[in-house]
Design a protein around this ligand. Sequence first.
Ligand SMILES: C[S@@+](CC[C@H](N)C(=O)[O-])C[C@H]1O[C@@H](n2cnc3c(N)ncnc32)[C@H](O)[C@@H]1O
Length: 253
Amino acid sequence: MRFTEYDYQDEHGVDGVAAMDGVWDAHWRGREGLKEDLSDEPLWATIRDELDRPGRLLEAGCGTGQWVQFLGTLGHDVVGVDYAASGLEVGRAHNANLELVQADFRQLPFDDETFDYIVSFGAVEHDVNGPEGALQEFRRVLRPDGKLMCSVPCLNLYRKLALPLLVAQRWLKCRKTVRRLWGKTAPFAFHQYVWSPEEYTAVLARCGFRVRHVRGYGNGIRSPLARYCDRALGRIVPLSSVHMMMAICERSK
Ligand SMILES: C[S@@+](CC[C@H](N)C(=O)[O-])C[C@H]1O[C@@H](n2cnc3c(N)ncnc32)[C@H](O)[C@@H]1O
């Protein structure tokens, strides 16, 4: 099932693509520095073993470029692409040697079959038109034996149970009158799709990828007892609580 977590278009008639670029630009503006060592990030455990030989690597939607820097220190030849200029400026100010390109990842400025690896973390779900434009472009620039590692939010068990509440919350957040009560005058401008693992696998297949694994990360559960219960539940319902899911894919023939 594909669930649009936030959709502001109907209410405001805003151009969703341009609006999201503005949201990210504001998100990164004024930040400073990059975290050097990302090996303790839960995301890293989902892709670490897939990067088995040094190669030409693209990060699509790199933000400030923290992963571009980290993956470069591991011997990969990395380029990061993002359409939000402010994030790239943060990265360049911290490390002038990073290869950071301002571009829309649905129209990448690279030749066909350029990359051994493409990684993208929590980026393709923000396109109001769906992720297909990005995924087809990733396939174009990926070498035939290359790997795509692409994460999106997961419609997990808890989100499924809370679906009526999430739908109501979305509806309220998009109403002009409700926003005015909270003192907000600008249109609500954030969009994100959430998929079940099955739906996400099907979307990737339609775009020319064969999914080898879907791994979850980031459920934010801290207490040891809650973690134990969550692991037990996860054995019965895979990816029951994870916020994000990482698909490890190869190009289908
Ligand atoms: C959740 S952030 C991820 C940042 C980075 N990967 C990290 O983990 O630090 C998603 C990024 O994707 C970028 N993005 C979303 N859609 C894009 C598009 N069509 N073209 C280029 N960048 C895009 C946003 O500007 C944002 O910086």
